[in-house]
Design a protein around this ligand. Structure first.
Ligand SMILES: C[S@@+](CC[C@H](N)C(=O)[O-])C[C@H]1O[C@@H](n2cnc3c(N)ncnc32)[C@H](O)[C@@H]1O
Length: 201
């Protein structure tokens, strides 16, 4: 992650408020029964999703480039009486171990195309056979809305891209939908999102 992006995220997470709230992403919560551990959560931010998964008894590692966000994630975990593991890392260079994880979760991890093309084969490789990748991100259609998400089309998802980016997965769900996303100050209403659930072959 470029230095200016890292300081932008650290600044955003520097307040006492949780930028995306403390409740889990609802697509994740609805589909959590599909997940087994250990879970790798990409771009975990302030910990709302990792803490939720830990509360279900799952072993979770949250990776993010913002040390301020991950420090907050540990405070949230402590306040909920659960334990999570975290790692400060740039996903542009991150390399998870092969055939290790039961699940990978990627919620609002809006990464540049070149970073995704490098990372996603490693994500598939890090799953055990039958492992699950669950992803939700704003779609390109979100560009015309002001309810959240980046304004750079390269960071936004399309159904076509995502299908090709996980070729070693059986697609259990791949759709673009409009839904209310109300998650703290920065995700604030009707939004276009891509949702993907794949099962490692
Ligand atoms: C919109 S926030 C989502 C946070 C969290 N997934 C959630 O749903 O609450 C995006 C997160 O991606 C992280 N991020 C962006 N680019 C990254 C990179 N190259 N490496 C690691 N983390 C990155 C940011 O630090 C930020 O925490």
């Amino acid at each position: 992650m470029k230095a200016e992006k890292k300081s932008m995220w650290n600044e955003r997470y520097g307040s006492d408020e949780f930028a995306y709230g403390t409740e889990p992403n609802s697509f994740l919560a609805e589909n959590a029964a599909l997940l087994t551990g250990p879970v790798l959560s990409l771009a975990e931010g302030e910990g709302r999703n990792a803490v939720f998964l830990a509360s279900l008894g799952l072993d979770v590692l949250g990776v993010d480039g913002s040390e301020v966000g991950l420090a907050k994630a540990h405070r949230l975990a402590e306040s909920r009486g659960v334990s999570i593991r975290t790692e400060v890392a740039d996903l542009a260079m991150y390399e998870p171990p092969a055939s290790f994880y039961g699940s990978v979760v990627s919620i609002s991890a809006h990464l540049p195309g070149d970073v995704r093309r490098r990372l996603y084969p490693l994500v598939e490789r890090c799953l055990k056979p039958g492992g699950i990748i669950l992803l939700e991100a704003y779609s390109r259609s979100q560009l015309s809305r002001s309810t959240g998400g980046p304004k750079d089309p390269d960071l936004l998802m399309t159904v076509e891209n995502i299908k090709h980016e996980f070729p070693d997965c059986e697609v259990l769900l791949c759709q673009e939908i409009e839904r209310e996303v109300v998650e703290g100050e920065f995700h604030t209403g009707l939004a276009s999102v891509v949702q993907f659930i794949g099962k490692k072959l």
